[in-house]
Design a protein around this ligand. Sequence first.
Ligand code: 7RM
Length: 400
Amino acid sequence: AFDAEHPLFILYTSGTTGKPKGILHTSGGYLTQAAYTHHAVFDLKPESDVYWCTADIGWVTGHSYIVYGPLANGATQVMYEGTPDTPHQGRFWEVVQKYGVTILYTAPTAIRTFMKWGDDIPAKFDLSSLRVLGSVGEPINPEAWVWYRKHIGGDRCPIVDTWWQTETGAMMISPLPGVTHTKPGSAQRALPGISATVVDDEAHEVPNGGGGYLVLTEPWPSMLRTIWGDDQRFIDTYWSRFEGKYFAGDGAKKDDDGDIWLLGRVDDVMLVSGHNISTTEVESALVSHPAVAEAAVVGANDETTGQAIVAFVILRGSASETDNLVADLRNHVGSTLGPIAKPKRILPVQELPKTRSGKIMRRLLRDVAENRAVGDVTTLADSSVMDLIQSKLPSAGSED
Ligand code: 7RM
């Protein structure tokens, strides 16, 4: 036995922007909340469930929901090391069928990849053991949510869209299966014991229908204790923006029912002719078009509008890259979100730069869009991706 505040681990944040931070977690509170959320959010029945979290074990999701939470709860689980398309693209569904997986926890980036590969692949396997599906890592676009529900969950399994961070240690906002009436694309409500809300620039809570910054207003057991070696940066980053509140760094809005919708990192929100536009919303509008499999949106410096929206898109197998298609996509975004959100440029690419946890590294795409040398690529899952994008776009920064 040792003290509850005994350090448990230091995990460096993935570094999609700036200098990595060593997030310090301690033992008692972290274990309590990892175990509690793993039990409550997945409705875990340790005697009968077979649980599978597909995360990389080096990501916080692997720490909390492969190692600490499930082991503390005595869960039976599948641990998998490998890619989802080796030896074939049905690998995940083969594993679900073989081991009778009942709870599956994966990321939107994986779900969109499975969508791209086709409905016929999961259809070849018996997925009837599944009963709860989870999502984590980025906002899940409604398109992917509906596909996950239908083609993996057989229209039978509740989906829990779990919002949390390395810093929070465990899930903070999520539906509860069998309790929450779910909505595709929204993480919805703070879990029992957690206080989350959305505030404006002056720290005032926004009314339903309003947007601003996600904050946590009360402490919680698994909160980070500091940034390793830099207490001042810990205070500045999380506790100084809004007095007495934890600033998560994510944009969010509340819908008319008071449910929370995450809009991506605040650093990723674009300012176009005085309008705040979230990268996530434009990406979600793009992938709701049948020709688009994936999208990444950045704001690039622009002399007239401050920032201009530049979209990188991966087309679906059947779609081909024509001037018409680009115009069509631009209009599709315009009619979904309004004319101000129409991307100025849309660039079809083969791959997008992502970390191993599936987060798009917009910093690198901004470098391309602003015609700069591409910055540090060491946290990319596949460091050759930027070469591929640039080789396809010799004039990426000078189209206009
Ligand atoms: C668990 C994890 C944290 C950032 C966070 C968000 C984004 C994570 C969701 C989400 C919308 C979700 N830890 N994020 N989950 N955005 N809906 N369900 O990802 O430290 O690696 O990243 O990830 O921006 O701040 S993390």
